[in-house]
Design a protein around this ligand. Structure first.
Ligand code: CA
Length: 493
């Protein structure tokens, strides 16, 4: 994802963009019967500690709440966190991107466990972003022999897991590297890469044999190429459990192809298959003054972008990616992690005039620098001069979060809870009974007198066509009057 961030040029948008208006009502979510009862509905919120330090708070209609509670209440069952070895310059200034060191992983892991969510520890084995274009070894490991690097990687993995567990985290899975399609930790030769994968995997096995070991690649749209990576891991006898890929609909091919790629690793090598990162924008507006990866005229079109840039579209995209993974053969589809679903603005610039915008942008920049709450700070320039050192700034994905610029939860988050939950068709009021008040609620919703949340919307879709119309109210009324109408209410669907 890092590469995508760097593409996002820090456009200072002086136009007074219209405030982003989200529907207050819920989103419609169709249910999926998961083949794997423990299907992961995960979220990466690695930047959240830095955001909180920058003053960001998260809200539901009940007021301010802990984000881990909000996510758990809304069906997220797994948290992913990246770990950088030493994301600081020689003066101790953070490189940004959440300043995700071991301490941050301990805190995120502990808070996730308090809300009964497991943790996926995503080791980059770098001091900053590792991705297909860049796999730089940590400063402390540069120039050492492969054998020494293997030992260092083993020890770092084992000792980090011990600390994260001691902090109270429930570690369920570990990634041996991040987006390691063409390299890992400064090694780009496949034989050397395999040695490091094995070293990390052995550390995970030695620490706790119940923890799943994952290898994470990218670009599933290069179908033959990513399949050959599964062959390569087998050829070099790398011991792992989960074949993972990133899947961003903007770049990574069709959903059918995604399933096909994951099927290959699942069927041929008996591995679990997973999407380790995905996301989808709910708007094309920016809210923090740092241009977004997906914006008007930028990554906003393509034949695999099947959904609107709205909360409904974001919800539908998540459901579709989960569906594609769920289809993986032999019940090997393990789940999906959404990438940085809470990386919102540290200060909303929406609708400000020029001087107001400039003042807020200056304050945002200071927060990004001080707390690492932007994708990169200027301090990263000594480690990553060409990319982060040049393009550093704020969040490039604030329009892909499940919270608005003020931290209010969006209805699209409901997809994580409702994706495999049944609701009683027709019971719009959700009081367990079917009566005329359910039809009345639909009519009030259609007349924009009152809203329906996502669960009531599903219950209101009595003819199961995916939208709520006046016909649905009529279906309820006819059922109550024992008039045959073709759609029975009262079933759990
Ligand atoms: Ca932004």
């Amino acid at each position: 994802m890092k590469k995508l961030l760097s593409i996002a040029i820090a456009v200072i948008m002086l136009c007074a963009c219209a405030p982003t208006a989200f529907a207050e009502s819920g989103v419609m979510t169709k249910r999926i019967e998961f083949n794997n009862p423990g299907f992961i509905r995960g979220m990466d919120i690695s930047s959240v500690i830095s955001l909180e330090k920058s003053g960001v708070r998260f809200y539901t209609k009940n007021g301010q709440e802990d984000i881990f509670k909000i996510l758990s209440d809304n069906g997220v069952n797994y948290i992913r966190v990246r770990v950088w070895n030493d994301p600081y310059d020689s003066e101790g200034n953070g490189y940004g991107g959440g300043n995700n060191d071991l301490n941050a992983a301990c805190e995120i892991g502990r808070r996730a466990a308090e809300r009964n969510m497991k943790l996926l520890v995503d080791f980059h084995y770098s001091d900053f972003w590792a991705d297909p274009g860049k796999q730089k070894a940590p400063k402390a490991w540069q120039g050492i022999s492969l054998n020494d690097k293997k030992t260092a990687l083993y020890n770092f993995t084992y000792n980090s897991l011990r600390e994260i567990k001691s902090a109270g985290a429930d570690i369920g899975m570990v990634q041996i590297g991040n987006e390691t399609t063409g390299g890992i930790c400064g090694e780009y030769n496949r034989a050397n890469m395999a040695e490091l994968f094995k070293s990390g995997s052995k550390a995970v096995r030695d620490f706790d044999s119940h923890i799943l070991a994952a290898i994470h690649f990218t670009n599933p749209e290069r179908t033959d190429s990513i399949k050959s990576l599964a062959d390569y891991l087998a050829e070099y006898q790398v011991d792992y459990d989960v074949f993972a890929t990133s899947y961003y609909p903007y770049w990574h091919g069709s959903l059918e192809n995604l399933t096909d790629v994951l099927d290959y690793a699942a069927e041929k090598y008996d591995k679990y298959a997973m999407v380790a990162e995905t996301s989808y924008a709910n708007t094309l507006e920016d809210t923090d003054g740092h241009g977004n990866t997906v914006a008007k005229g930028n990554n906003d079109s393509g034949k695999n972008l099947l959904w609107d840039f709205s909360c409904q579209g974001q919800s539908d995209a998540v459901a579709a990616v989960m569906n594609a993974v769920n289809k993986v053969k032999n019940k090997k589809g393990l789940g999906v992690f959404y990438w940085e679903g809470a990386w919102i603005s540290v200060g909303d610039v929406t609708g400000l005039d020029e001087s107001g915008y400039n003042d807020r942008y200056k304050l945002n920049s200071e927060l990004w620098e001080k707390f690492g709450s932007g994708w990169a700070s200027s301090y990263s320039s000594d480690y990553d001069p060409d990319d982060a050192g040049h393009w550093y700034g704020g969040s490039a994905v604030d329009n892909q979060a499940f919270f608005d610029a003020k931290g209010m939860v969006l209805p699209s988050l409901d997809v994580f809870r409702l994706i495999n939950k049944t609701v009683k068709i027709g019971d719009v009021k959700r009081d367990g009974r079917l009566n005329i008040s359910d039809a009345t609620l639909i009519r009030k919703y259609l007349a924009k007198i009152s809203d329906l949340d996502s669960e009531s919307l599903r219950a209101a879709d009595t003819d199961r066509d995916g939208i709520v119309t006046v016909k649905d109210a009529a279906v309820i009324q006819k059922n109550l009057a024992d008039i045959p109408v073709g759609h029975k209410i009262g079933s759990e669907e």
